[in-house]
Design a protein around this ligand. Sequence first.
Ligand code: GLN
Length: 251
Amino acid sequence: MALVGVLALQGSYNEHIAGMPFSSLSDHIYVFWVLLLGVKGVEIKKPEQLENVASLIIPGGESTTMAKLAEYHNLFPALREFVKMGKPVWGTCAGLIFLADRATGQKIGGQELVGGLDCMVHRNFFGSQLQSFETELSVPELASKEGGPEVFRGVFIRAPAILEVGPQVEVLADYPVPANKWKDSNPGVEGHEENSGSEKKVIVAVRQGNLLATAFHPELTADTRWHSYFLKMATETEGASSSVVAVGADL
Ligand code: GLN
């Protein structure tokens, strides 16, 4: 059984866990996982539980609350170690904020971050709950070899956006916003793509080695391609020394 940990302090961890077995089915190679061994999401609430899993998902939710709970349970050192060891970690929305090295748009004093992902995230780039939205994103990495679609419908809830990335970070999806919105939210920040027109692009999905981050919530849709992408990435990531890698290698 391949175990994928899901940080279960607050937010949409149940949705990640519920979708996990089905995500295995959206890529034919992972059908073997389900038929032969299975893949299962397990709750992580304490540092020692991280020792039992090969990869980890940090869900969406509210990052200040999640950080306070993580601090209370003394999870930050173990989470940082997990990232440093090269184990695959996927952060969705608040989870993306957790993984970022730098954050802006925070309340005074900020909050503790796990870090590891060389980027600057704006915590509430798209505004409050009322400004939540769904949109179609173009994600070439999700297109199947058989010519399946690269379009993914992203659910953005009080969503963050990535404003700048380091050289090791691969941009998987971005999203155009009016330049004046950018200016209001980000005085002094140049951004990932300098557009002379009335639009600028913010980054909404990235990968850096063992780290994957999305500003939106794939776990709230029936489309399991991001979960599948993460499971595949888990088998490929060097340094992941667990059942996930073992299963991938056997195939
Ligand atoms: N912007 C939120 C935060 O700061 C994250 C929202 C989400 O995860 N849906 O935590």
